[in-house]
Design a protein around this ligand. Sequence first.
Ligand SMILES: [Zn+2]
Length: 291
Amino acid sequence: MAHWRRNSHWGKIMKRIMPGCAALVLLCGAAAAQDDATRSITQVTDDVYRFDNNFHVSWFAITDEGVVVGDPINQAAAEWLKAQIAERTDQPVRYMILSHSHGDHASGGQVFEDTAEVVAHENATAHVEAGEVDTAMPDVTFADTHEFSLGGKTFELNYLGEGGHGDDLIATVIRPDDVAVVVDVVNPERLPYQTIPAASIDGYIGQIRAVEALDFETLLPGHSKTGTRADATATIEYLELLRQRVQERLDAGDDLEQIKAAVTMPEYADWGSYEQFIGLNVEGMVGHLSN
Ligand SMILES: [Zn+2]
């Protein structure tokens, strides 16, 4: 979303400068967006840090035996992050954990490949091999769960299941910090993205239920603000209520435009992106329930 909006903005400027050069507009827009990125690092616990790159979030953890990083986001973001980590510790980045293989989170992993082992779900490998995402090839993969320790911390990786958002989405719980990294399926107090991209709504909710079943305190998302386990529960409640309201209109025989006009979620009007995404969320739910 962030890149699209920023690219669109730059696209308009470039179009004014160079009318009729659509390809160049896109290229210049993308380059400008990366150079222009708004980035910050925030401490979450003693050793775990949140990394914001425009509207995408990642993380890293510093230990006495090395650093563990999350999603690289893209090459420019990863290069900036690498330099920031080097300012905080002499330890090398030993592991990079990919939340899933979607390009807006997993791109640019080559930046950490010199010192880091790349850890991901086993389904991620095929997506990297197919060129769907430009990142480092996973070195360590797993099916259901995987755990490793470094410098007194344990990293518990949990596959969130298939049929939902992607087929390789995992949650990483960092101990003893009790921080869970949960990307895309839970965005604390923010509406689900656009048309709720997922293979099925049951699969999507199933992934959030898998998050809900984990033991942790702090939820570090891929978008939106830092939250807690309760944000997983709140997201399920939102989706179940939206499903119920859309299903009622479908049962009444309404078409898409009638349903979009009729269904709102006023209980969640204070959540982020409400005005922007409510119509798309309804549309996405109609699609999921009509399949
Ligand atoms: Zn995704």
